[in-house]
Ligand binder design. Structure first.
Ligand code: GP9
Ligand code: MN
Length: 436
């Protein structure tokens, strides 16, 4: 037949990483609970302010033997920020080079997204909980195209004078008030909680803050970031307490991730002393390293531990699908299962910079500036084989971005339906008056 889909299918088939038998299907039939930690960067994990842990609960999860905790995991968003993270997590395709895929194309495109696949393959019910208005990033339309059964947006949560920050319901309220809906969902369910309180400008009223000591740098954004991250941590702990009390904990797998950076490059020098670093020696290399975000998979009896393999948001969906016992071979996924021995460890950013386990590379019109990860030094005179290898990585990963753009910009999934998949009809979904 020969359509534009052929090069995409070729790439995906050749790039496919088969499941690791040790993990394949270990979460089959479990409820999936995804906790989106807004603007949460990995450096917060285990960090302290005046000898006090910033995020004690998330730290305990990070070090729990029932958690697969990835220490070299990077966000890969572009201008679509949260919505790009969602695009990658639900479809294993990238956001766009400019703007948000959700608002620009997601309202009309054909999807083969996680909620529809899980419903059709394993009878999952799906829902999103989010304390902002439903039309933000066009979620109320995009989620229908993805096949989300339910979307609980701001109107489902109590609105009082002090219930919200600029970005919507405070996280503790979001979690507490979601429970009555969560309990009514047909199991197994696939659910996503999008938190908002740890979002720039990181402001919270004094009565929402406990005695956690804010850092005292001369940069208010940095200081506030630590206090809202501390609040988010406490909100997640309350949610876990509920999951345990209700028994849902025992038949669920919980996935936590930070969607993207919270502090801009311009704020990093103010942050440096809090990370025991001299701001005067802070470099672009350090900025690249700071693009790590948490990715944790937690489940009772999971054989976890801290994972050193490199990966990014594009890899989350194939990893989850394989844990749930769904082989990803026939889906148009550009990421690879982080737990597979064949996982592709090279991480491409939306601006074409990339990180490999050994090097961090700036790519400016195919001119590569290569930093060595072990030293942070620029290789002024890289060995020919290093230059050659990284040039090949750049080519391959750029091709990956281009294929993603081709699929998304020309709505190519219209022309390819995976085996055993029924295209989603968005008219079947309505998010008004759910469970009311
Ligand atoms: C808005 C929230 C924040 O609803 O998801 O989005 P961001 O500004 O991070 O893209
Ligand atoms: Mn965000």
């Amino acid at each position: 037949q020969g359509t534009n889909m052929d090069p995409v299918l070729d790439y995906v088939h050749q790039h496919y990483a088969a499941p690791n038998p040790q993990f394949y299907g270990v979460a089959k039939g479990k409820n999936v609970i995804i906790l989106h930690l807004e603007s949460f960067q990995q450096f917060l994990i285990d960090s302290k302010v005046k000898d006090q842990e910033v995020t004690p609960f998330l730290n305990s999860l990070y070090h729990d033997s029932n958690t697969l905790a990835f220490e070299n995991f990077f966000h890969e968003v572009g201008q679509g920020k949260t919505s790009d993270a969602e695009t990658m997590l639900e479809t294993s395709l990238f956001g766009l080079p400019e703007g948000s895929f959700f608002t620009n194309l997601g309202t009309n495109n054909t999807f083969q997204a996680a909620p529809a696949i899980l419903e059709q393959q394993q009878g999952y019910t799906s829902a999103v909980f989010h304390g902002n208005i439903g039309s933000f990033w066009s979620r109320d339309t995009v989620y229908k195209n993805m096949g989300y059964n339910y979307f609980f947006d701001q109107k489902y949560f109590h609105q009082t004078a002090d219930s919200n920050t600029y970005w919507g319901s405070k996280d503790k309220i979001l979690f507490a008030e979601s429970i009555k809906y969560l309990e009514q969902l047909q199991q197994p369910f696939y659910t996503k909680f999008l938190t908002v309180t740890n979002h720039n400008p990181y402001q919270l009223a004094a009565n929402d803050l406990d005695d956690f000591p804010k850092p005292e740098t001369n940069n208010t954004m940095v200081n506030n970031y630590f206090s809202t991250a501390h609040y988010l941590d406490a909100a997640v702990k309350e949610f876990f307490d509920y999951l345990k009390a209700s028994g849902l904990y025992n038949n669920s797998i919980v996935i936590l991730y930070g969607d993207h950076f919270g502090l801009n490059e311009g704020d990093e020098k103010a942050l440096a002393p809090l990370l025991d670093r001299d701001p005067n020696t802070w470099t672009t290399f350090d900025h690249l390293q700071l693009q790590r975000v948490p990715f944790m998979i937690h489940m009772p009896n999971l054989k976890g531990g801290i994972q050193k393999q490199y990966g990014g948001e594009i890899d989350v969906l194939p990893t989850i699908m394989h844990l749930l016992g769904i082989n990803t071979k026939n889906y148009i996924y550009l990421g690879t299962d982080l737990l597979s021995p064949q996982h592709d460890p090279n991480v491409i950013f939306r601006n074409r910079n990339f990180i490999t386990p050994k090097y961090s590379v700036l790519n400016s019109n195919n001119h590569l500036t290569i930093y060595q990860n072990s030293t942070g030094e620029v290789l002024t005179n890289p060995k020919p084989q290093v230059q050659k290898q990284l040039t090949q990585v750049a080519q391959q990963k750029n091709q990956e971005l281009e294929l993603s753009d081709l699929v998304n910009k020309t709505n190519l999934l219209r022309f390819y339906t995976p085996p055993h998949f029924t295209p989603v009809n968005p008219k079947n979904y309505n998010y008004q008056n759910q469970f009311q």
